[in-house]
Design a protein around this ligand. Structure first.
Ligand SMILES: NC(=O)c1ccc[n+]([C@@H]2O[C@H](COP(=O)([O-])OP(=O)(O)OC[C@H]3O[C@@H](n4cnc5c(N)ncnc54)[C@H](OP(=O)(O)O)[C@@H]3O)[C@@H](O)[C@H]2O)c1
Length: 301
């Protein structure tokens, strides 16, 4: 029996990965979701509410009894059009959903992971200024300032730019979390595999649903065959099928990192293992983010 736990499996390329996982021999998939899904066993989860994350983790562990988790996929994410929203816990919504909630879930489920289990965190190449993505790249990974951006004296005050920063910074946090996690003695001792996975740019998913209408429309249209010719011009563009299948391959161990690598990027349908951004290569930053995130979600260091 293989047991998978996943967020973000109800839509986009995550739904394609979730379907693949349910087709795996003797698989059990626990899907944390805001709405019921026909795939696997849906358990209510709203990442914008840390009590919901705790209840989800409790429910998974009860249903598991003593069975271990073979792969944990932290794939859910949002991009918003401003940073005015706060979760019930009082944190900026993009950062809370994309990073803090996943940090808490990871920490709560870590003891239930099997030896040699696989953890995949979905990130984005937009975390790296060198990719020259259209979104404002992150200036820092200070958890306190990202949770409370009104305290960031150097923030971009244009709503859309501030929202882009919240998104790209949350994705930098995913890469740093993978780095911090992979360095823990317990994780090394249990031979866990940890990967921060960038699917490239994948049009036609639900990711643009909170953006203004013209962007939403372009995002949907480019996800149809109309957008396919673009893939020949831009190596970052991938289909939903390719991005979902590679996410499943990583969770199944069918695609494994070369020694010492934790950042994977899908480029023109091929999995590559490049260096992440300069900020994402800092062990000090990774440890500080881990400790500060734990404190913000109420965990002891
Ligand atoms: N598409 C791209 O170009 C691209 C590029 C780089 C990285 N990514 C990342 O890839 C991941 C999947 O994105 P996608 O493009 O496939 O977008 P998507 O179709 O919008 O999928 C996002 C998933 O996250 C879930 N989610 C969002 N907010 C949630 C919350 N508060 N609680 C629980 N679940 C929540 C959604 O659930 P609902 O069905 O309930 O909305 C959905 O299953 C995200 O982390 C995204 O940042 C995407």
């Amino acid at each position: 029996m293989s047991t998978f736990v996943m967020t973000g499996g109800t839509s986009g390329f995550g739904a394609i990965a979730a379907k693949r996982l349910t087709q795996w021999d003797d698989a059990r998939l626990f899907l944390g979701a805001r709405r019921p899904s026909p795939l696997g066993e849906s358990i209510p989860l709203d990442l914008a509410n840390l009590d919901s994350v705790r209840a989800f983790a409790r429910s998974v562990r009860e249903r598991l009894a003593d069975a271990p988790i073979d792969a944990l996929l932290l794939n859910a994410g949002v991009i918003l059009s401003d940073i005015t929203g706060r979760t019930v816990d009082g944190f900026e919504t993009t950062f809370a959903v994309n990073h803090l909630a996943h940090h808490l879930l990871l920490r709560l489920l870590l003891p239930a992971l099997a030896d040699e289990a696989i953890v995949v965190l979905t990130t984005s190449g937009t975390h790296d200024p060198a990719t020259r993505a259209a979104l404002l790249p992150p200036r820092h990974a200070d958890a306190e300032l990202l949770a409370h951006p009104e305290r960031d004296l150097h923030r971009d005050t244009r709503p859309r730019k501030a929202a882009e920063h919240a998104y790209t910074a949350s994705k930098l946090c995913a890469v740093l979390t993978a780095r911090a996690l992979s360095e823990y003695a317990d994780v090394k001792g249990r031979h866990l595999t940890v990967v921060a996975y960038c699917p490239g740019q994948v049009f036609g998913t639900g990711l643009a649903k909170d953006l203004p209408r013209p962007m939403r429309t372009a995002w949907s249209l480019l996800g149809t065959p109309l957008g396919w010719p673009l893939r020949r011009l831009n190596r970052n563009l991938n289909s939903r099928t390719a991005a979902g299948n590679v996410l499943a391959d990583l969770a199944l161990g069918a695609a494994a990192p070369p020694n010492g690598r934790t950042y994977a990027a899908l480029r023109r349908g091929c999995l590559t293992w490049p260096d992440p951004s300069e900020l994402a290569r800092s062990d000090d930053l990774a440890r500080a983010l881990w400790d500060d995130s734990g404190r913000l979600v109420g965990l002891p260091n």
